[in-house]
Design a protein around this ligand. Structure first.
Ligand code: SF4
Ligand code: SF4
Length: 157
């Protein structure tokens, strides 16, 4: 797993089946992220209905080639609104998180999909399964916000 930017080494096998989200260590929590990149896409939320539409317009720090944040550790200096997911904040965010997001799935009491890197041993499996947004985004720095609605997409699942 040397090409995996997330360190998933040394974790107990299937720890996510034995522990609640709030019982996990920091390393276990970080290892849950599958690297799909879908949470880094801008969403359009209808204020009246609460409906959320996904766009392919990515955050300015999103690297479309690697499908990762280009500056994860220092991201809040550039994108202060980037959320910090935690067991405490998940209830507030679950409604807009991608349907395949591991944090959302576990919070809903559902299993991880068989393409998850924790099960396959490689971060490539998320791309091979067609559930990531690698190579499919346009950066928000290239568009005006009123153009986002022209880039609404269905979530790749
Ligand atoms: S949607 Fe969830 S699993 Fe996918 S990159 Fe974001 S936090 Fe990680
Ligand atoms: S700052 Fe990084 S982690 Fe946050 S939305 Fe942007 S690309 Fe994603």
């Amino acid at each position: 797993m040397s090409d995996d930017p997330i360190d998933r080494s040394g974790l107990s096998p299937r720890f996510w089946e034995d522990k609640r989200l709030d019982e996990m260590s920091g390393a276990e929590w970080e290892a849950l992220c599958d690297g799909c990149g879908k949470c880094c896409l801008n969403k359009l939320e209808d204020e009246d209905t609460g409906e959320v539409a996904l766009t392919r317009v990515a955050c300015r720090l999103f690297d479309d080639a690697t499908c990762r944040c280009a500056s994860y550790d220092t991201r809040h200096a550039f994108v202060p609104e980037c959320i910090v997911l935690s067991p405490k904040t998940i209830p507030d965010h679950a409604y807009w998180l991608p349907s395949t997001c591991a944090y959302r799935l576990l919070w809903e009491g559902r299993p991880l999909p068989d393409w998850h890197p924790l099960l396959t041993g490689t971060p490539d499996s998320v791309h091979r399964a067609g559930v990531s947004v690698r190579g499919q985004t346009v950066s928000e720095v290239t568009l005006d916000e009123d153009e986002w609605e022209d880039h609404i997409i269905d979530e790749p699942v």
